[in-house]
Design a binder for this molecule. Structure first.
Ligand code: PLP
Length: 381
């Protein structure tokens, strides 16, 4: 492999053989490509492939390898003219990730993670999830021809459980929160030697999510927005885009400043916002997570330090919005723009509205928001 693993917390490095987990210090690994220098000419390669794997020179894939793919990526970056006018942001954009193969942007991370684990000889996959990650893992596991075991809290929406089972996954519903499911997943992985796909317990989901940032830059003609507003659960997308923008700037593919990165969470589960507002370096667990935006119900994200660092170094911020506010905004923008917004998507626009109202962002900002998943997945069948 021509990439290595680095720990931004303790400075450790490691070869990327086999199926890596986390650094000895407990923090997630990030992937580095010291021997790759995608030059200006390599932009031609972007046209030879489609979807997120067009960026293979930025991704953990050897030239002779084929990824486990369902055509994820290449999602539209839409101008929200009416909503932008209403909020006072003439350059308001929405990356619509609901059109990914499994209805959410989890496709990107799981395509990358399952590609690597399958190449390293994985015999099965296990993960704890309350939502879209389970659907994506089930689909990509099927695509790789390998079994998937999901541990989900009993309150997981029936439609999502049904989707996972249709893709052939075995789903075990547990009485308890996501932490209980995480424990069951680790036990399962240890007993059977299956690959644990939990957020940031392996390094490649971030790499898949990195393509969000690469795609945005490409769609903007190799320039960067001035602000990015991301609905943060485990934070893979936020960390991934931070890596993407850093790598593009280092390579000279873009010359703009690093975009200001904003994390938005629900008032019912806002551990990153609380840590940010308290000036902390690490995120401590939120005691009783309560939000209907299941993508944001992550009380103790393993990538907390990395998220806070990305926010701090990019001069961004973190904001909480209520469930009522995100749902109302989602409904309104769905009618206003014809995009079926999830509550998480509504959250990014609700946060944009706050940041514009308090002057953190202005009419001169080019703002990217995200519809991370399809709205219909949340409505009962
Ligand atoms: C998982 C998810 C999120 C949060 O993504 P992270 O990478 O965990 O921060 C946001 N929205 C939706 C719809 C999701 O499924």
């Amino acid at each position: 492999m021509d990439w290595t693993l680095a720990c931004l917390a303790c400075g450790a490095t490691s070869a990327a053989d086999g199926m890596p987990t986390v650094c000895r210090c407990g923090e997630p690994w990030v992937v580095e490509y010291p021997s790759r220098v995608p030059g200006l000419l390599d932009r031609a390669e972007l046209r030879r492939h489609s979807g997120m794997w067009r960026f293979r020179s930025f991704l953990p894939l050897m030239p002779e390898e084929s990824p486990v793919t369902l055509g994820e990526g290449d999602t539209p970056l839409l101008e929200l003219q009416r909503t932008g006018e209403r909020l006072g942001a003439p350059q308001l954009l929405l990356k619509d990730e609901s059109v990914n193969p499994t209805g959410s942007f989890k496709s990107r991370g799981l395509s990358a993670a399952i590609t690597r684990a399958a190449a390293a000889g994985a015999t099965g996959f296990v993960l704890p999830t309350a939502g879209n990650a389970g659907v994506a893992a089930s689909a990509y596991g099927a695509r790789a021809g390998l079994p998937v075991q999901v541990f989900a809290p009993a309150w997981t929406p029936a439609r999502l459980v049904e989707q996972m089972r249709r893709f052939g996954a075995s789903v075990t519903l547990l009485d308890g929160h996501i932490g209980v499911c995480g424990g069951a997943a680790r036990e399962w992985a240890a007993e059977r030697g299956w690959n644990d796909l939990s957020t940031l317990r392996e390094p490649y989901r971030i790499e898949g999510k990195k393509t969000l940032g690469l795609e945005i830059a490409m769609q903007l003609g190799w320039s960067l927005p001035s602000a990015v507003i991301y609905p943060a659960g485990g934070g893979t997308g936020l960390i991934g885009m931070w890596r993407a923008f850093t790598q593009l700037r280092e390579l000279g593919w873009v010359s703009d400043e690093m975009p200001r990165l904003f994390a938005v969470q629900s008032e019912g589960c806002a551990p990153v916002v609380r840590a940010w507002e308290g000036g902390a370096e690490a995120v401590s667990a939120w005691p009783d997570p309560d939000t209907s935006a299941f993508g944001l119900r992550v009380p103790g994200p393993l990538g907390g330090r990395l998220m806070l660092r990305a926010i701090r170094e990019s001069l961004g911020g973190a904001a909480a919005v209520s469930d009522a506010e995100m749902v109302t905004m989602a409904e309104r923008v769905t009618r206003e723009e014809g995009v079926d917004l999830s509550p998480e998507g509504g959250a990014t626009l609700a946060a944009a509205s706050h940041l514009l109202a308090d002057g953190t962002l202005t009419a001169g900002d080019r703002i990217v928001t995200f519809n991370t998943g399809a709205g219909w997945l949340y409505r009962s069948a």
